[in-house]
Design a protein around this ligand. Structure first.
Ligand code: ZN
Length: 298
């Protein structure tokens, strides 16, 4: 039996897990994201404890991290979280700390959303797709894109949460909440934008609240652009905001309306099986980290 460790490093919480080579989670722990040193150490302690208790050595450890991150192995900041607005985490070394704690174990590193996309491809909703996008809508918004079965890194990595959108005239906000952009997707549609706009956290708003029509409007504009740029076979919408299941039919209908019958394909008539929730639910991120561990071990 081979064992793999995965860390889903989010801006709000960390999830660590050990899984076997079938992807069965054997142990899992979740804790809040505090400062980099103590939070990453807690993840390291989790794996050390499991290895000691079970008398095994992990074959690989995968890290799927919030970002932006440096994914260029030739860079002096490889494995770092870079320009995040999250206090204390600017230029925090993440993969390096884990690698130094486990010098003999290969460590894989990618964005949280590329990780989730890998998890969905191996075990979730994207098993039949070789070009698709995974978007998380939570405290922030990020997107991971897979093309020809591989995550896109490119120059840095995609930052789909920061594409600019037209603000709707009836939006109660004067501008989005992103410190960098007045009208980007994350600043208009992530959890903090919903809370700022309606003076209440999204999870406390009823399903028929006008918040959701506006939320669907912004998500649909972003997805219309993604459909045109990448021609994905599917778009997986995960993250805490997407626990609002009523958003799915609203987003699909608005994407259909925005595309205005321009893209011709049977699957795009309703987007019913194109815009979908994660097959792995809230485990997509940590399962993606397990895939990163498997890839690093190969
Ligand atoms: Zn932004």
């Amino acid at each position: 039996m081979t064992f793999y460790g995965g860390i889903e490093g989010g801006g709000t919480k960390f999830v660590c897990a050990v899984a076997d080579d079938q992807g069965t989670i054997l142990v899992r722990e979740r804790f809040p994201t505090e400062d980099p040193a103590s939070t990453i150490q807690r993840a390291i302690d989790f794996f050390t404890r499991y290895q000691t208790e079970q008398n095994i050595t992990l074959a690989g450890i995968g890290i799927a991290s919030f970002g932006p991150v440096d994914l260029n192995p030739a860079s002096e900041h490889y494995g770092y979280i870079t320009t995040t607005p999250k206090p204390g985490w600017q230029f925090a070394d993440f993969a390096g700390r884990v690698q130094r704690a486990f010098p003999d174990i290969p460590v894989g590193f990618d964005t949280d959303v590329n990780g989730a996309a890998l998890g969905e491809q191996r075990w979730g909703a994207a098993q039949a797709w070789d070009a698709f996008i995974y978007i998380t809508v939570g405290t922030g918004i990020g997107g991971g894109a897979m093309v020809n079965g591989k995550p896109i890194h490119g120059l840095i990595h995609p930052e789909m949460g920061h594409i600019l959108l037209p603000m709707r005239a009836d939006d109660p906000l004067d501008r989005g909440v992103c410190p960098f952009h007045p009208n980007c997707l994350e600043g208009l549609a992530a959890g903090p934008a919903i809370a700022a706009r309606w003076n209440a956290p999204g999870e406390t708003l009823p399903a028929d609240h006008p918040a959701w029509d506006l939320e669907a409007y912004y998500l649909a504009h972003a997805i219309e652009a993604m459909m045109c740029v990448l021609s994905p076979q599917g778009i997986i919408l995960g993250g805490s905001v997407m626990h609002q299941q009523q958003l799915f039919p609203m987003v699909r209908q608005k994407v259909v309306d925005l595309l205005n019958d321009y893209l011709k394909h049977d699957r795009l008539k309703t987007f019913e099986d194109v815009i979908v929730p994660p097959g792995l639910g809230d485990n997509a991120g940590v399962m993606g980290a397990i895939v990163l561990a498997m890839n690093a071990a190969e």
